[in-house]
Design a binder for this molecule. Structure first.
Ligand SMILES: [Zn+2]
Ligand SMILES: [Zn+2]
Length: 334
């Protein structure tokens, strides 16, 4: 039984699973309330001009549709997991367990990864593997302790979507941030006039309606402020072809060592890797990313190939002493 399956089978797993949905339910409740406050309290009950009502509602529903759709896809797109051909066979796990030193472990891992397209390495130049999932890790893949599995091109685990932001839903996540920001700005700007008039007591509608519009303005401004930096940061990461994890710790390459720009192909190519090359699909939350999630075009591919033919092992030999391998022994012993 894999670690992922074992985690799912524990008695508390059901409670934990339910608790993880609380942030998503909170966000969905805020969205549902804002829909009521904007459509009913502001547009239907407060705005007097029919023309203004129609225009406000038309654009509101277009933005809402794109916002809800991208949020839904971010939450419900399954994470990209590692297929069975990346698993380390039982016999090789035994050999890893019995290995007397790092060199032997490294050789076993190199053997297991002989037909796999891996260029990322650990600090000591060893092929990366997950001792929990017992797999060779593809490039940019990381183990998510919340999901309990290795996730392809993992960006981060986001509690607000109860999902890993990863290879399969990154475009949806960036669109979700963008449309959430647009939604908040649109609601704030179109409700500003009525917010001021209610504040001054110029509109007759009183009671709860007044408070719905006041809160609608405050909440949309508050969310817009927090979203603008997050959205801006992810646009920067898309253009640099970097995940959040890679921004904190640069990936290490078989040749060239640690390099934050290892996957950086130039801004347009980086953007297209996530959003695809058909501009008509860029702003719609349908899948259009490039690649398979296992291997990624690299900036210095040709230079790397040349170096590999020459003196590829020099750096690995030099770095051997740096990596503490004790963790492997601790985790592999049952
Ligand atoms: Zn794993
Ligand atoms: Zn996760």
């Amino acid at each position: 039984m894999s670690n992922y399956e074992r985690k799912k089978a524990t008695p508390c797993a059901g409670c934990m699973k339910a608790i993880k949905w609380i942030p998503v339910i909170f966000i969905a409740s805020v969205i549902a309330w804002s829909y009521y406050a904007y459509v009913v309290e502001l547009c239907v009950l407060s705005i007097e001009s029919i023309f203004e009502k129609v225009i406000f509602l038309l654009f509101y529903h277009i933005i809402s549709l794109l916002f809800f759709w991208s949020y839904w896809n971010t939450v419900f797109t399954p994470v990209g997991t590692v297929p069975s051909n990346w698993r380390i066979p039982e016999a090789e796990i035994e050999r890893l367990f019995r290995a007397e030193n790092q060199e032997q472990q490294k050789r076993v891992l190199e053997y297991c990864a002989r037909d796999l397209p891996v260029t990322n390495r650990t600090l000591n130049g060893s092929v990366r593997f997950c001792d929990k999932c017992r797999i060779i890790k593809p490039d940019r893949c990381h183990h998510c302790s919340v999901c309990g599995t290795c996730v392809l091109k993992m960006d981060h685990h986001c509690p607000w979507v109860n999902n890993c932001v990863n290879f399969t839903n990154y475009k949806f996540f960036v669109l979700f941030l963008g449309y959430a920001l647009l939604y908040c700005l649109y609601v704030a700007l179109t409700s500003l006039e009525y917010f001021i008039r209610f504040w001054k007591g110029e509109l007759s509608s009183g009671g709860m309606g007044r408070f719905h519009i006041l809160f609608l303005f405050f909440v949309s401004v508050m969310f817009a402020i927090s979203l603008v930096s997050l959205f801006g940061y992810h646009i920067y990461l898309v253009l640099m072809n970097r995940t959040t994890l890679e921004a904190f710790r640069a990936p290490i390459f078989r040749v060239g060592g640690a390099d934050k720009n290892g996957f950086n192909l130039g801004k347009l190519a980086n953007f297209q890797e996530v959003f695809g090359d058909n501009w008509k699909l860029w702003f719609i939350p349908v899948y259009s990313s490039f690649g398979d999630g296992f291997s990624y075009p690299m900036r210095n591919l040709e230079e790397d190939a040349e170096s590999l033919l020459g003196h590829s092992d020099t750096r690995i030999e030099m770095e051997e002493d740096v990596f503490p391998e004790t963790r492997f022994h601790d985790s592999i012993i049952p």
